[in-house]
Design a protein around this ligand. Structure first.
Ligand SMILES: [Zn+2]
Length: 453
Protein backbone atom coordinates (compact mmCIF):
# COMPACT_ATOMS: atom_id res chain seq x y z
CA UNK A 1 0.00 0.00 0.00
CA UNK A 2 2.73 2.40 0.94
CA UNK A 3 4.25 1.94 -2.47
CA UNK A 4 1.05 2.74 -4.22
CA UNK A 5 0.73 5.90 -2.20
CA UNK A 6 4.16 7.12 -3.19
CA UNK A 7 3.46 6.43 -6.88
CA UNK A 8 0.21 8.32 -6.55
CA UNK A 9 2.02 11.20 -4.91
CA UNK A 10 4.71 11.25 -7.60
CA UNK A 11 2.06 11.51 -10.30
CA UNK A 12 0.51 14.40 -8.53
CA UNK A 13 3.84 16.13 -8.14
CA UNK A 14 4.41 15.75 -11.84
CA UNK A 15 1.03 17.25 -12.64
CA UNK A 16 1.68 20.12 -10.27
CA UNK A 17 5.02 20.75 -11.85
CA UNK A 18 3.60 20.72 -15.35
CA UNK A 19 0.90 23.10 -14.27
CA UNK A 20 3.30 25.54 -12.71
CA UNK A 21 5.75 25.20 -15.54
CA UNK A 22 3.00 26.26 -17.90
CA UNK A 23 2.52 29.37 -15.80
CA UNK A 24 6.30 29.87 -15.85
CA UNK A 25 6.37 29.70 -12.10
CA UNK A 26 9.15 27.47 -10.93
CA UNK A 27 9.32 28.19 -7.27
CA UNK A 28 6.26 26.27 -6.14
CA UNK A 29 7.58 22.75 -6.67
CA UNK A 30 7.04 20.89 -3.41
CA UNK A 31 10.56 19.40 -3.33
CA UNK A 32 12.70 22.16 -4.77
CA UNK A 33 15.98 21.04 -6.30
CA UNK A 34 18.94 22.18 -4.28
CA UNK A 35 21.32 24.70 -5.83
CA UNK A 36 24.11 22.58 -7.39
CA UNK A 37 26.76 24.92 -6.01
CA UNK A 38 25.62 24.07 -2.48
CA UNK A 39 25.93 20.35 -3.24
CA UNK A 40 29.38 20.87 -4.73
CA UNK A 41 30.52 22.97 -1.80
CA UNK A 42 29.71 20.10 0.60
CA UNK A 43 31.92 17.85 -1.54
CA UNK A 44 34.68 20.47 -1.44
CA UNK A 45 34.48 20.61 2.37
CA UNK A 46 35.08 16.87 2.62
CA UNK A 47 37.96 17.11 0.13
CA UNK A 48 39.57 19.89 2.15
CA UNK A 49 40.09 17.58 5.12
CA UNK A 50 43.61 16.22 4.87
CA UNK A 51 43.24 12.46 5.30
CA UNK A 52 46.45 11.57 3.46
CA UNK A 53 48.44 8.60 4.62
CA UNK A 54 50.56 8.16 6.67
CA UNK A 55 48.94 10.71 9.05
CA UNK A 56 45.28 11.02 8.05
CA UNK A 57 43.16 13.43 10.04
CA UNK A 58 40.47 10.81 10.64
CA UNK A 59 38.64 12.60 13.44
CA UNK A 60 38.05 15.73 11.39
CA UNK A 61 36.65 13.55 8.60
CA UNK A 62 34.51 11.66 11.13
CA UNK A 63 33.12 14.92 12.54
CA UNK A 64 32.23 16.08 9.05
CA UNK A 65 30.48 12.80 8.16
CA UNK A 66 28.61 12.84 11.46
CA UNK A 67 27.39 16.37 10.75
CA UNK A 68 26.11 15.16 7.37
CA UNK A 69 24.45 12.14 8.99
CA UNK A 70 22.75 14.38 11.54
CA UNK A 71 21.46 16.71 8.86
CA UNK A 72 19.90 13.64 7.21
CA UNK A 73 18.58 12.15 10.46
CA UNK A 74 20.56 8.94 9.88
CA UNK A 75 21.49 6.77 12.82
CA UNK A 76 25.23 6.87 13.37
CA UNK A 77 27.80 4.84 15.22
CA UNK A 78 31.55 5.37 15.50
CA UNK A 79 33.46 2.10 15.67
CA UNK A 80 37.12 1.98 16.60
CA UNK A 81 38.49 -1.49 15.97
CA UNK A 82 41.90 0.11 16.39
CA UNK A 83 42.34 3.27 18.44
CA UNK A 84 42.64 6.39 16.35
CA UNK A 85 41.10 4.75 13.29
CA UNK A 86 37.36 5.40 13.35
CA UNK A 87 34.90 3.60 11.08
CA UNK A 88 31.65 5.54 10.73
CA UNK A 89 28.57 3.43 10.35
CA UNK A 90 25.37 5.20 9.29
CA UNK A 91 21.98 3.58 9.06
CA UNK A 92 18.77 4.40 7.25
CA UNK A 93 16.32 1.84 8.63
CA UNK A 94 14.11 0.03 6.18
CA UNK A 95 10.47 -0.82 6.77
CA UNK A 96 11.29 -4.55 6.65
CA UNK A 97 14.33 -5.15 8.88
CA UNK A 98 14.15 -8.89 8.19
CA UNK A 99 15.36 -8.46 4.63
CA UNK A 100 19.13 -8.47 4.02
CA UNK A 101 20.47 -4.93 4.06
CA UNK A 102 22.46 -2.85 1.60
CA UNK A 103 25.94 -1.63 2.47
CA UNK A 104 27.46 1.36 0.70
CA UNK A 105 31.14 1.39 1.57
CA UNK A 106 33.77 4.08 1.05
CA UNK A 107 37.18 4.79 2.55
CA UNK A 108 38.07 8.09 4.16
CA UNK A 109 41.84 8.02 3.66
CA UNK A 110 43.70 9.13 0.55
CA UNK A 111 47.21 8.54 -0.75
CA UNK A 112 49.97 11.12 -0.21
CA UNK A 113 50.70 13.75 -2.85
CA UNK A 114 53.57 15.94 -3.97
CA UNK A 115 51.90 19.37 -3.71
CA UNK A 116 54.60 21.21 -5.69
CA UNK A 117 53.76 19.06 -8.72
CA UNK A 118 50.08 20.03 -8.66
CA UNK A 119 48.47 22.96 -10.50
CA UNK A 120 46.35 23.63 -7.37
CA UNK A 121 47.08 22.54 -3.78
CA UNK A 122 45.72 19.00 -3.24
CA UNK A 123 43.57 19.97 -0.24
CA UNK A 124 42.15 23.25 -1.55
CA UNK A 125 39.46 21.52 -3.63
CA UNK A 126 39.91 24.32 -6.15
CA UNK A 127 37.10 24.64 -8.68
CA UNK A 128 38.48 25.90 -11.99
CA UNK A 129 36.49 27.70 -14.71
CA UNK A 130 35.84 24.37 -16.51
CA UNK A 131 34.12 23.03 -13.42
CA UNK A 132 37.00 20.68 -12.56
CA UNK A 133 37.51 20.17 -8.83
CA UNK A 134 41.17 19.50 -8.03
CA UNK A 135 41.84 17.51 -4.90
CA UNK A 136 43.47 14.36 -3.61
CA UNK A 137 40.51 12.04 -3.10
CA UNK A 138 38.29 13.71 -5.70
CA UNK A 139 38.30 10.38 -7.61
CA UNK A 140 39.58 7.97 -4.95
CA UNK A 141 37.09 8.00 -3.30
CA UNK A 142 35.62 10.89 -1.37
CA UNK A 143 33.39 11.55 -4.37
CA UNK A 144 31.58 8.26 -3.87
CA UNK A 145 31.19 8.67 -0.10
CA UNK A 146 29.56 12.06 -0.62
CA UNK A 147 27.47 10.86 -3.58
CA UNK A 148 25.91 8.19 -1.35
CA UNK A 149 24.96 10.88 1.17
CA UNK A 150 23.66 13.31 -1.46
CA UNK A 151 21.58 10.57 -3.07
CA UNK A 152 20.03 9.79 0.31
CA UNK A 153 19.40 13.50 0.86
CA UNK A 154 17.42 13.62 -2.38
CA UNK A 155 15.55 10.39 -1.72
CA UNK A 156 14.57 11.61 1.72
CA UNK A 157 13.41 14.95 0.32
CA UNK A 158 11.27 13.10 -2.22
CA UNK A 159 9.57 11.14 0.55
CA UNK A 160 11.10 7.79 -0.44
CA UNK A 161 10.93 5.08 2.23
CA UNK A 162 13.39 2.18 1.98
CA UNK A 163 12.05 -1.32 2.46
CA UNK A 164 15.53 -2.72 3.06
CA UNK A 165 17.83 -1.04 5.55
CA UNK A 166 20.60 1.00 3.94
CA UNK A 167 23.97 1.20 5.72
CA UNK A 168 26.86 3.48 4.87
CA UNK A 169 30.34 2.68 6.13
CA UNK A 170 33.20 5.16 6.01
CA UNK A 171 36.30 3.11 6.72
CA UNK A 172 39.93 4.06 7.39
CA UNK A 173 43.20 2.72 5.98
CA UNK A 174 42.11 1.30 2.61
CA UNK A 175 45.20 2.82 1.04
CA UNK A 176 47.47 0.84 3.37
CA UNK A 177 45.68 -2.49 3.03
CA UNK A 178 42.47 -1.97 5.03
CA UNK A 179 43.55 -4.32 7.81
CA UNK A 180 42.49 -1.93 10.60
CA UNK A 181 39.45 -0.78 8.66
CA UNK A 182 37.31 -2.85 6.33
CA UNK A 183 38.97 -6.16 7.24
CA UNK A 184 38.19 -5.85 10.96
CA UNK A 185 34.77 -4.40 10.20
CA UNK A 186 33.85 -7.31 7.89
CA UNK A 187 34.96 -9.78 10.57
CA UNK A 188 33.05 -8.07 13.41
CA UNK A 189 29.89 -9.10 15.24
CA UNK A 190 28.39 -5.76 14.35
CA UNK A 191 28.81 -6.58 10.68
CA UNK A 192 27.29 -10.02 11.17
CA UNK A 193 24.23 -8.52 12.80
CA UNK A 194 23.76 -6.10 9.93
CA UNK A 195 22.71 -9.04 7.73
CA UNK A 196 24.22 -7.47 4.61
CA UNK A 197 22.95 -8.77 1.28
CA UNK A 198 24.95 -6.61 -1.14
CA UNK A 199 27.98 -4.33 -0.87
CA UNK A 200 28.73 -1.43 -3.17
CA UNK A 201 32.31 -0.15 -3.15
CA UNK A 202 34.72 1.79 -5.32
CA UNK A 203 35.51 1.44 -9.01
CA UNK A 204 37.59 3.55 -11.38
CA UNK A 205 37.07 6.57 -13.61
CA UNK A 206 36.36 5.93 -17.26
CA UNK A 207 37.86 8.07 -20.05
CA UNK A 208 34.86 7.33 -22.29
CA UNK A 209 31.11 7.70 -21.86
CA UNK A 210 30.61 4.24 -20.29
CA UNK A 211 30.90 3.84 -16.54
CA UNK A 212 33.26 1.11 -15.43
CA UNK A 213 31.92 -1.57 -13.12
CA UNK A 214 33.86 -4.29 -11.31
CA UNK A 215 32.75 -7.72 -10.17
CA UNK A 216 36.04 -9.05 -8.81
CA UNK A 217 39.62 -8.08 -8.26
CA UNK A 218 43.00 -9.67 -8.66
CA UNK A 219 44.58 -11.26 -5.62
CA UNK A 220 48.09 -10.11 -4.65
CA UNK A 221 50.79 -12.74 -4.31
CA UNK A 222 54.07 -11.20 -3.23
CA UNK A 223 56.68 -13.77 -4.03
CA UNK A 224 60.33 -13.87 -2.97
CA UNK A 225 62.55 -16.47 -4.59
CA UNK A 226 65.99 -17.28 -3.30
CA UNK A 227 68.88 -19.12 -4.89
CA UNK A 228 71.83 -20.53 -3.00
CA UNK A 229 75.01 -22.02 -4.40
CA UNK A 230 78.67 -22.49 -3.69
CA UNK A 231 80.61 -19.20 -3.73
CA UNK A 232 83.60 -19.05 -6.00
CA UNK A 233 86.25 -16.93 -7.63
CA UNK A 234 84.90 -14.36 -10.02
CA UNK A 235 87.11 -15.76 -12.75
CA UNK A 236 85.87 -19.35 -12.52
CA UNK A 237 83.21 -20.91 -14.73
CA UNK A 238 81.20 -23.53 -12.84
CA UNK A 239 77.62 -24.78 -12.61
CA UNK A 240 74.92 -24.03 -10.03
CA UNK A 241 76.03 -20.60 -8.89
CA UNK A 242 73.31 -18.72 -7.03
CA UNK A 243 73.38 -15.91 -9.58
CA UNK A 244 73.17 -18.21 -12.58
CA UNK A 245 70.25 -20.15 -11.08
CA UNK A 246 68.37 -16.99 -10.15
CA UNK A 247 68.84 -15.62 -13.67
CA UNK A 248 67.32 -18.77 -15.16
CA UNK A 249 64.27 -18.22 -12.97
CA UNK A 250 64.02 -14.56 -13.85
CA UNK A 251 64.14 -15.50 -17.52
CA UNK A 252 61.30 -17.99 -16.99
CA UNK A 253 59.20 -15.41 -15.12
CA UNK A 254 59.90 -12.89 -17.86
CA UNK A 255 58.60 -15.26 -20.54
CA UNK A 256 55.41 -15.85 -18.56
CA UNK A 257 54.97 -12.09 -18.09
CA UNK A 258 55.43 -11.44 -21.81
CA UNK A 259 52.86 -14.11 -22.74
CA UNK A 260 50.27 -12.62 -20.36
CA UNK A 261 51.00 -9.07 -21.53
CA UNK A 262 50.66 -10.19 -25.18
CA UNK A 263 47.07 -11.25 -24.48
CA UNK A 264 46.31 -7.72 -23.26
CA UNK A 265 48.16 -6.06 -26.13
CA UNK A 266 46.28 -8.21 -28.66
CA UNK A 267 43.01 -7.15 -27.09
CA UNK A 268 42.14 -10.75 -26.20
CA UNK A 269 41.98 -10.07 -22.48
CA UNK A 270 41.47 -7.04 -20.28
CA UNK A 271 44.16 -5.96 -17.85
CA UNK A 272 42.35 -7.49 -14.88
CA UNK A 273 41.85 -10.83 -16.63
CA UNK A 274 45.50 -11.83 -16.89
CA UNK A 275 48.03 -12.73 -14.21
CA UNK A 276 50.51 -9.88 -14.02
CA UNK A 277 53.98 -10.33 -12.61
CA UNK A 278 56.54 -7.60 -12.10
CA UNK A 279 59.97 -7.87 -10.55
CA UNK A 280 60.18 -5.40 -7.67
CA UNK A 281 63.59 -6.14 -6.18
CA UNK A 282 66.87 -7.91 -6.79
CA UNK A 283 69.19 -8.62 -3.90
CA UNK A 284 72.64 -10.10 -4.43
CA UNK A 285 76.33 -9.37 -4.19
CA UNK A 286 78.88 -9.07 -1.43
CA UNK A 287 79.10 -5.47 -0.18
CA UNK A 288 82.50 -3.80 0.16
CA UNK A 289 83.35 -0.31 1.45
CA UNK A 290 83.39 0.97 -2.12
CA UNK A 291 80.40 -0.92 -3.49
CA UNK A 292 80.54 -4.66 -4.14
CA UNK A 293 83.28 -7.23 -4.17
CA UNK A 294 84.05 -7.80 -7.85
CA UNK A 295 86.02 -11.03 -7.88
CA UNK A 296 83.63 -13.17 -5.83
CA UNK A 297 80.52 -15.00 -7.01
CA UNK A 298 78.03 -14.73 -4.10
CA UNK A 299 76.44 -17.73 -2.40
CA UNK A 300 72.94 -16.21 -2.25
CA UNK A 301 70.71 -14.20 -4.55
CA UNK A 302 67.09 -13.12 -4.17
CA UNK A 303 64.38 -11.53 -6.27
CA UNK A 304 60.92 -10.28 -5.35
CA UNK A 305 57.83 -10.24 -7.55
CA UNK A 306 54.45 -8.56 -7.26
CA UNK A 307 52.06 -11.05 -8.85
CA UNK A 308 48.34 -10.28 -9.29
CA UNK A 309 46.12 -13.27 -9.88
CA UNK A 310 42.57 -12.95 -11.20
CA UNK A 311 40.04 -15.18 -9.41
CA UNK A 312 39.30 -16.78 -12.77
CA UNK A 313 42.88 -18.13 -12.95
CA UNK A 314 43.87 -21.67 -12.03
CA UNK A 315 45.55 -21.18 -8.67
CA UNK A 316 46.97 -24.71 -8.48
CA UNK A 317 48.70 -24.52 -11.84
CA UNK A 318 50.33 -21.23 -10.91
CA UNK A 319 51.52 -22.72 -7.62
CA UNK A 320 52.96 -25.63 -9.59
CA UNK A 321 54.70 -23.28 -12.00
CA UNK A 322 56.32 -21.41 -9.10
CA UNK A 323 57.52 -24.60 -7.43
CA UNK A 324 58.72 -26.33 -10.62
CA UNK A 325 59.87 -23.54 -12.92
CA UNK A 326 60.46 -20.36 -10.98
CA UNK A 327 62.02 -21.70 -7.80
CA UNK A 328 62.76 -25.40 -8.30
CA UNK A 329 64.48 -27.23 -5.49
CA UNK A 330 66.53 -29.00 -8.18
CA UNK A 331 68.31 -25.67 -8.78
CA UNK A 332 68.82 -25.07 -5.03
CA UNK A 333 66.01 -22.59 -4.90
CA UNK A 334 63.42 -21.79 -2.26
CA UNK A 335 60.47 -19.40 -2.19
CA UNK A 336 58.27 -17.59 0.31
CA UNK A 337 55.25 -15.33 0.06
CA UNK A 338 55.17 -11.93 1.79
CA UNK A 339 51.47 -11.98 1.02
CA UNK A 340 49.29 -14.53 -0.71
CA UNK A 341 45.58 -13.84 -1.01
CA UNK A 342 43.63 -16.89 -2.07
CA UNK A 343 41.48 -16.65 -5.18
CA UNK A 344 38.84 -18.61 -3.28
CA UNK A 345 36.36 -17.39 -0.68
CA UNK A 346 35.70 -19.11 2.64
CA UNK A 347 33.40 -21.56 0.86
CA UNK A 348 36.12 -22.52 -1.63
CA UNK A 349 34.50 -20.66 -4.52
CA UNK A 350 36.35 -18.13 -6.71
CA UNK A 351 36.10 -14.66 -5.12
CA UNK A 352 33.87 -12.98 -7.65
CA UNK A 353 30.38 -11.56 -7.90
CA UNK A 354 28.20 -12.82 -10.72
CA UNK A 355 27.77 -10.03 -13.27
CA UNK A 356 24.81 -11.52 -15.12
CA UNK A 357 21.11 -12.21 -14.72
CA UNK A 358 21.80 -14.95 -12.15
CA UNK A 359 22.51 -12.14 -9.68
CA UNK A 360 19.48 -9.90 -9.03
CA UNK A 361 21.71 -7.17 -7.56
CA UNK A 362 23.58 -7.03 -10.83
CA UNK A 363 20.37 -6.80 -12.87
CA UNK A 364 19.04 -4.09 -10.55
CA UNK A 365 22.23 -2.05 -10.84
CA UNK A 366 22.21 -2.31 -14.63
CA UNK A 367 18.57 -1.22 -14.74
CA UNK A 368 19.06 1.62 -12.26
CA UNK A 369 22.02 3.11 -14.13
CA UNK A 370 20.11 2.92 -17.40
CA UNK A 371 17.08 4.56 -15.82
CA UNK A 372 19.28 7.46 -14.69
CA UNK A 373 20.57 7.82 -18.28
CA UNK A 374 23.96 6.32 -17.57
CA UNK A 375 25.78 3.69 -19.63
CA UNK A 376 27.70 0.75 -18.21
CA UNK A 377 30.74 -0.76 -19.88
CA UNK A 378 31.54 -4.46 -19.85
CA UNK A 379 31.99 -5.68 -16.25
CA UNK A 380 35.66 -5.94 -15.33
CA UNK A 381 38.07 -7.43 -12.82
CA UNK A 382 39.71 -4.65 -10.81
CA UNK A 383 43.44 -4.75 -11.62
CA UNK A 384 44.55 -3.94 -8.05
CA UNK A 385 42.96 -4.41 -4.62
CA UNK A 386 40.11 -2.65 -2.84
CA UNK A 387 38.25 -3.21 0.41
CA UNK A 388 35.58 -5.12 -1.54
CA UNK A 389 37.72 -8.26 -1.18
CA UNK A 390 36.99 -8.48 2.56
CA UNK A 391 33.28 -8.65 1.85
CA UNK A 392 33.57 -11.02 -1.13
CA UNK A 393 35.76 -13.29 0.98
CA UNK A 394 32.75 -13.84 3.20
CA UNK A 395 30.80 -15.00 0.18
CA UNK A 396 28.92 -11.70 -0.18
CA UNK A 397 28.29 -10.08 -3.55
CA UNK A 398 30.15 -6.79 -3.95
CA UNK A 399 30.10 -4.43 -6.91
CA UNK A 400 32.78 -1.81 -7.54
CA UNK A 401 31.32 1.32 -9.06
CA UNK A 402 32.57 4.92 -8.99
CA UNK A 403 30.34 6.83 -11.42
CA UNK A 404 32.89 8.95 -13.30
CA UNK A 405 32.54 8.86 -17.09
CA UNK A 406 34.49 11.06 -19.53
CA UNK A 407 37.16 11.44 -16.87
CA UNK A 408 40.88 10.67 -17.09
CA UNK A 409 42.04 8.05 -14.58
CA UNK A 410 44.00 10.10 -12.07
CA UNK A 411 43.78 8.15 -8.85
CA UNK A 412 47.10 8.33 -7.00
CA UNK A 413 48.35 10.73 -9.72
CA UNK A 414 49.24 14.43 -9.66
CA UNK A 415 46.34 16.83 -10.33
CA UNK A 416 43.58 14.36 -9.47
CA UNK A 417 40.32 16.04 -10.35
CA UNK A 418 36.65 15.42 -11.03
CA UNK A 419 34.37 17.65 -13.02
CA UNK A 420 31.42 18.98 -11.01
CA UNK A 421 28.93 17.99 -13.73
CA UNK A 422 30.18 14.37 -13.57
CA UNK A 423 30.00 14.48 -9.80
CA UNK A 424 26.39 15.67 -9.91
CA UNK A 425 25.50 13.06 -12.52
CA UNK A 426 26.98 10.42 -10.23
CA UNK A 427 24.49 11.45 -7.55
CA UNK A 428 21.67 10.71 -10.03
CA UNK A 429 23.16 7.22 -10.51
CA UNK A 430 23.28 6.50 -6.80
CA UNK A 431 19.82 7.92 -6.24
CA UNK A 432 18.55 5.44 -8.81
CA UNK A 433 20.64 2.52 -7.49
CA UNK A 434 19.76 3.03 -3.83
CA UNK A 435 16.11 3.38 -4.74
CA UNK A 436 16.18 0.11 -6.72
CA UNK A 437 18.16 -1.79 -4.09
CA UNK A 438 16.21 -0.53 -1.08
CA UNK A 439 12.89 -1.33 -2.78
CA UNK A 440 13.85 -4.80 -3.94
CA UNK A 441 11.77 -7.61 -2.51
CA UNK A 442 12.45 -11.15 -3.67
CA UNK A 443 9.76 -13.71 -4.40
CA UNK A 444 6.84 -11.35 -4.67
CA UNK A 445 3.49 -12.97 -3.92
CA UNK A 446 1.76 -12.40 -7.22
CA UNK A 447 4.86 -12.25 -9.37
CA UNK A 448 4.68 -8.47 -9.63
CA UNK A 449 7.69 -7.04 -11.38
CA UNK A 450 10.41 -5.24 -9.48
CA UNK A 451 9.40 -2.11 -11.30
CA UNK A 452 6.05 -2.14 -9.50
CA UNK A 453 7.71 -2.66 -6.15
ZN1 LIG B 1 40.25 3.90 -3.24
Amino acid sequence: MKIRCSTFLNCHLLLFRLYFLSLLVFTFATTPEEDPSVIVSRFQKYLQINTAQPHPNYYEAADFILSQANSLSLHSQTLEFVEGKPTLLLKWPGSNPNLPSILLNSHTDVVPSEPHKWAHPPFDAHLDPNGDIYARGSQDMKCVGMQYLEAIRRLKASGFQPIRTVYLSFVPDEEIGGHDGAEKFADSDIFNKMNVGIVVDEGLASPNENYRVFYAERCPWWLVIKATGAPGHGAKLYDNTAMENLLKSIESVRRFRAAQFDLVKAGLKAEGEVTSVNMVFLKAGTPSPTGFVMNLQPSEAEAGFDIRVPPTADQESLEKRIAEEWAPASRNMTFTFKQKVSVHDKFGKPILTAADSSNPWWTLLEGAVKKANGKLGKPEIFPASTDARYFRKRGLPAIGFSPMANTPILLHDHNEFLNQAEYLKGIDMYESIIKAYASYVEHTRDGASREEL
